[in-house]
Design a protein around this ligand. Structure first.
Ligand SMILES: [Zn+2]
Ligand SMILES: [Zn+2]
Length: 348
């Protein structure tokens, strides 16, 4: 569809999957001209999110091939439209999951456009002009200024890239529960992966007591010694989990963030939400989906303040398939980031 949209005149090199084999190959396509509200971005880095893997393999049955994945994008602005006031050429910027929303619903008007029911994503979405959106596994991106954020000067562009999805996803629960400026809470982080390791960093930066809950006992040293977690619980150990359950139920300040992406049923006695040892309680089970653009910028600024980035393994574009295979086996610490401009070695 994008190829036939009239103002899609800019030729871009990227990488796409063409069928459910998920194999990524170089792909040349068209992007729209830079409109009045748009910025054009030279893409420097793009993180590989688990969502990319689901899309290239059509795990959810919604993929429109060819799909150019990537929604953890950092780069430099090369062009701005006449209505753009917040950005200028040369600015260090990031683009996350969102490409468009209705701009008129209660969520859009309240800077919560990530909950707009007409939300369109950075790839595999349908933009306002009817074209299919293509993501950050590409050398250049045109984005509406509303869905672009500044990247603080002190953050490296490669390790900052995954903050655009993984970072904001775990930042919002802190923000939502007023835990940015109120230290001393107890937090449980379930799953120490791409999201979990950033959640630990946020938790410690904001002065909380952080417990990592993981299926892998081998991650304890890493969680405590390197990432600074205070406690570690092995989720397959029934005795340890019982303590964890009691903490969650009986403590008034225990917040657990599940960062695992497998779907799971959760069951609990609803009385536990209102009754504790003292005979009272006010507990909440809650979810959130990524974050708004306002929250994404706030998260970036907070990361600049505390010097928080993701732990990454950088790869050249030729290794995207290898990285996706390794990601499927959870063989990455903690996020792959594609160096979009990496030069091919002469031997290839
Ligand atoms: Zn993602
Ligand atoms: Zn809306």
């Amino acid at each position: 569809m994008a190829q036939t949209t009239p103002n899609h005149t800019q030729t871009v090199s990227g990488w796409a999957a063409h069928d459910s084999s998920g194999k990524i190959t170089p792909y040349t396509f068209k992007r729209r001209e830079n409109g009045m509200n748009d910025v054009t971005i030279k893409v420097l880095y793009c993180g590989i999110c688990h969502t990319d893997l689901h899309h290239v393999r059509n795990d959810w049955g919604i993929t429109m091939y060819p799909v150019v994945p990537g929604h953890e994008i950092t780069g430099l602005i090369t062009k701005v439209g006449s209505n753009v006031t917040e950005f200028k050429v040369g600015d260090r910027v990031g683009v996350g999951c969102l490409a468009a929303s209705c701009l008129e619903c209660e969520f859009c008007k309240d800077s919560q456009e990530n909950y707009c029911d007409q939300i369109q994503f950075t790839y595999n979405g349908i933009f306002w002009d009817g074209s299919i959106t293509y993501g950050g596994y590409s050398k250049m991106l045109v984005a509406d200024q509303r869905y672009v954020v500044h990247v603080p000067e002190n953050l490296p562009m490669d390790a900052a890239a995954p903050l655009l999805c993984a970072g904001v996803t775990v930042f919002c629960p802190f923000k939502d529960n007023n835990m940015l400026e109120a230290p001393g809470k107890k937090i449980g982080v379930i799953g120490l992966g791409g999201l979990g390791h950033v959640a630990v960093k946020f938790g410690k930066a904001f002065g909380h007591h952080v417990t990592v809950i993981s299926t892998s006992p081998s991650k304890e040293e890493e969680a405590k010694d390197r990432l600074g977690a205070d406690d570690f619980i092995v989720s397959t150990d029934a005795a340890q989990m019982k303590v964890c359950y009691l903490l969650t139920i009986y403590s008034t300040s225990y917040v657990s963030y599940c960062t695992e992406i497998k779907t799971k049923e959760v069951s609990f006695d609803c009385l536990d939400l209102v009754v504790d040892r003292q005979g009272r309680g006010k507990r909440v089970v809650k979810g959130s989906m990524t974050g708004s653009m306002k929250e994404t910028q706030e998260m970036m600024d907070v990361c600049g303040k505390y010097n928080i980035t993701c732990d990454i393994e950088t790869i050249p574009p030729e290794k995207i398939n290898e990285a996706l295979d390794r990601l499927a086996k959870n063989d990455v610490k903690y996020r792959f980031v594609i160096d979009i401009d990496a030069q091919k070695p002469a031997s290839l």
